[in-house]
Design a protein around this ligand. Structure first.
Ligand SMILES: NC(=O)c1ccc[n+]([C@@H]2O[C@H](COP(=O)([O-])OP(=O)(O)OC[C@H]3O[C@@H](n4cnc5c(N)ncnc54)[C@H](OP(=O)(O)O)[C@@H]3O)[C@@H](O)[C@H]2O)c1
Length: 236
């Protein structure tokens, strides 16, 4: 396996992470996965086919080792706890990834790059609720996730921020369609299969048109995607 096919998946043991590992292996990538020590058994079905570095995803030393020699890094960005987990994870990736590596980050539609997204009342309410619940329970920090993506957007690395719609389980329907702004008609169905979110993350490694873009995605078989597929896949 050539070194140029080596990629790192940070947050490999989660639901999205495991789908990404499967898609990456199918495409012939050599995979290095990072996940919490206690979650390593969740990757048992890939035993012998991937290298696992156990540790917190915001641990600089773990990330430095994991991304070394990787031409791509796929990072699941989650706002757990109140200790700046998301910003710590993103900063470590930006600091230690190889200079020309493709960096693909996951998040939800609530992250905005240019403020041009048109969020529904429901989405705004969900964000407020998550912020309030997170601060009340100390389990989540949505503002830390927002701060993490400001770091990405300000970076001159070769990044892509993939913004997922609501998710569902099920067989793959194919590569999701995307658009630059939430509120664009192609995204109206607001639903993507989780395996296809992962497929988009892995495919983005080789889609140079997505460098420094923050595509919002939706399932390719959803009614809004079917109705507006051409515009959705080729935003102006
Ligand atoms: N869920 C949705 O509806 C939705 C919608 C749109 C976008 N997204 C985005 O999709 C990505 C994946 O999210 P997901 O909700 O589908 O979950 P997921 O794929 O299962 O990922 C959750 C990640 O958080 C880790 N984690 C869980 N508890 C933790 C803790 N206490 N401390 C540190 N790490 C912890 C998990 O690692 P372990 O395996 O170690 O537990 C896993 O890597 C995120 O970037 C999210 O913003 C999600």
């Amino acid at each position: 396996m050539s070194l140029s096919k080596r990629i790192c998946i940070i947050g490999a043991s989660g639901k999205l992470g495991r789908y990404m590992v499967a898609h990456a292996l199918e495409r012939g990538y050599k995979v290095v996965g990072v996940c919490r020590e206690k979650s390593v058994p969740k990757l048992d079905r890939f035993k012998g086919r991937i290298t696992i570095l156990p540790g917190a995803t915001n641990d600089c030393e773990v990330i430095r080792k994991a991304v070394k020699g990787c031409t791509g890094v796929l990072t699941v960005v989650v706002p757990w706890g109140r200790a700046r987990y998301a910003t710590g994870t993103v900063q470590a990736v930006l600091d230690f990834a190889e200079r020309d590596a493709r960096l693909i980050f996951s998040c939800g539609w609530h992250i905005t790059r240019d403020g041009q997204d048109r969020f529904s009342r429901l989405l705004r309410f969900q964000e407020h609720l998550a912020r309030w619940l997170g601060s009340f329970t100390r389990l989540l920090d949505i503002d830390d996730q927002i701060a993490a993506f400001r770091l990405v957007f300000a970076s001159d690395a070769r990044w892509t921020v993939v913004r997922g719609s609501d998710l569902e389980e099920g067989e793959s329907q194919g590569l999701p369609v995307w658009s630059r702004h939430v509120g664009d008609p192609v995204l109206a169905s607001n639903l993507t299969r989780r395996t296809d979110f992962a497929l988009f993350m892995v495919s983005a490694l080789e889609m140079d048109e997505l460098i420094r873009e923050a595509p919002a995605i939706v399932g390719c078989a959803t009614p809004s995607a079917v109705a507006h597929a051409v515009q959705g896949q080729n935003p102006g």
